[in-house]
Design a protein around this ligand. Structure first.
Ligand code: HEM
Length: 488
């Protein structure tokens, strides 16, 4: 029988040890005698048994809040290696020369549902990478679709409420999902991608991911460029059909995570090519600020994908809670040379992630080992708070400015700032949505129509009509075929 690294985890652990790993202790380190370790009918475990108190009071506090979105995910570690030099456009040190390797942490996730849900559903998926660079941590959070649903973060909570459970019944309400999306026509491009084949990858190793935002980068001479990153799986982009996914999901709702873990344990390391689309300031004058719209694509005909490096995942976590559940990606974790994105959605994300992580992990979440910028000596004026506090900067001054040799900012040659952008039109991706549909093969088109009508058939008729009207506006033929399929 083939070795199963997940089934055999404890057996493999046992094989790596010579016997019990040590004497049992309480969390306070006191050795536990065999008398305390056993409890009989007449043992008063509450009053005089620290072993019991330690375990039971900690146990009932084991659960921490799950992420408000992307609650179900799998993590892995590895490295990013530069394969092509783009130091002429971006001064970030981790990109400085071909062959340079930077350790990374990754989390791959579904977007909707709960921590215990299925990861084989039709859903957008996340792929987040934390680059532990020598200039601090850079976090890039990507999506399996090449565009996002909304461009105004004011809709973010509603978008997730509508896709979540009905507040009265507690059940998923398919009508609210479609009602909301069809109220925001710009979201339909993502919806088309979601109901096409790419809505269910055949495993994370076969999934492409896109950090979507157009990032502003700067070189050593203070010159700006604008880039969209893309992570393309070297194993090829592959998908499951709805029927295959339903079948797998009913047997193994952890299929995506299990596949990732197993591949890594067996040395079949998943890899992705990281590419960029690059725009100069002159290009921006021609394209206008539409290239910062997260609901639209930047044409690969005008701005082809240029390879930069490789992502390799070659190490599984050794503790899920410590290393995956506590991972925290912040779009605001950036490094010199990468300024972030100038659009307002990005600005909102800077705030939202940090707040979410403070809520679920505490104010010192960046001191949790998996989130620590471990390649940098950090010196901050941030102090105290809930654990972990680390060494809390020991005796260094806790205020700034000061006269006592506290940490000082470095001098930057150029004062790089995000450019100011302006929206020129409200809905501008409907043409791209239509083009996306046009370019699908006939097989892909018919599966999209099947998946779409499957997804829509449970909604209230008034909502179905609303969706169909929108789809007809985008692509008449697609709308008509959907209507036919739904017998409307
Ligand atoms: C381009 C658009 C976006 C992309 C690609 C994206 C992607 C992701 C991904 C991949 C995760 C999971 C991170 C992980 O694995 O831990 C995530 C989590 C999250 N996202 Fe987004 N997202 C986007 C927009 C937004 C917006 C507009 C908001 C709100 C203003 C938001 C709020 C959050 C929050 C609060 C979390 C949970 C963070 C945590 O607790 O660790 N996202 N997002």
């Amino acid at each position: 029988e083939e070795w199963d690294p997940i089934k055999n985890q404890l057996k493999d652990f046992m094989a790596s040890t010579d016997g019990p790993i040590g004497t049992l202790t309480t969390s306070g380190g006191t050795p536990v005698s065999d008398h305390e370790a056993t409890s009989t009918l007449d043992t008063d475990s509450v009053i005089d048994n620290e072993y019991f108190l330690d375990k039971i009071t900690h146990f009932v506090e084991e659960k921490i809040p799950e992420r408000i979105v992307h609650p179900k995910g799998s993590g892995a570690f590895g490295y990013f290696e530069v394969t092509h030099d783009i130091s002429d456009i971006c001064k970030a040190n981790f990109l400085s020369k071909v062959g340079k390797k930077t350790p990374i942490a990754a989390r791959l996730s579904t977007t909707r549902g709960n921590r215990g849900g299925s990861d084989v559903n039709r859903d957008t998926r996340g792929m987040s990478i934390k680059f532990y660079t020598e200039e601090g941590n850079l976090d890039l959070t990507g999506f399996s679709t090449s565009v996002f649903t909304i461009k105004d973060a004011v809709h973010f909570d509603s978008a997730n409420h509508a896709a979540g459970i009905n507040p009265a019944t507690g059940f998923t309400d398919i009508s609210t999902f479609w009602d909301f999306l069809s109220s925001l026509p710009e979201s339909i491009f993502l919806v088309l991608q979601l109901f096409s084949d790419l809505g269910i990858p055949a495993g994370y190793a076969h999934m492409a991911a896109h950090p979507i935002h157009t990032y502003q980068v700067v070189n050593d001479c203070g010159v700006y460029h604008f880039v969209r990153f893309h992570f393309i799986p070297d194993a090829g982009i592959k998908h499951l059909t709805s029927a295959e996914a339903k079948n797998i999901s009913s047997n193994d709702p952890d299929f995506m995570g299990r596949d990732l873990f197993t591949r890594i344990a067996k040395g079949q390391y998943p890899t992705w090519t990281v590419s960029v689309q690059i725009l100069s300031e002159a290009d921006l004058k021609k394209t206008g600020h539409i290239v910062f719209d997260v609901t639209t694509l930047i044409s690969t005909r005008d701005f082809p994908l240029l390879p930069v490096g490789k992502i390799v995942l070659n190490e599984n976590p050794n503790n899920y809670h410590a290393q995956v559940e506590q991972m925290a990606f912040c779009p605001s974790s950036l490094v010199p040379g990468i300024l972030g994105a100038p659009d307002k959605l990005f600005l909102a994300r800077r705030l939202a992630y940090r707040h979410s992580q403070m809520y679920r992990l505490g104010s010192n979440f960046k001191k949790i080992p998996v989130n620590c910028p471990f390649r940098v000596d950090t010196h901050t004026y941030v102090r105290d708070g809930v654990p972990p506090v680390g060494d809390n900067e020991k005796g260094a001054p806790n205020y700034y400015p000061n006269s006592f040799n506290g940490a000082e900012p470095y001098r930057e040659k150029y004062n790089s700032k995000l450019i100011k952008i302006k929206e020129t039109s409200r809905v501008n991706n409907l043409g791209q949505a239509a083009e996306y549909y046009e370019e699908l093969s006939s097989g892909e088109k018919s599966r999209l129509i099947d998946n779409f009508s499957d997804g829509l058939k449970g909604a209230l008729p008034m909502i179905q009509i609303k969706v169909l009207n929108l789809i007809k506006r985008i692509h008449r033929k697609l709308g008509e075929q959907l209507a036919k399929k739904l017998k409307m």
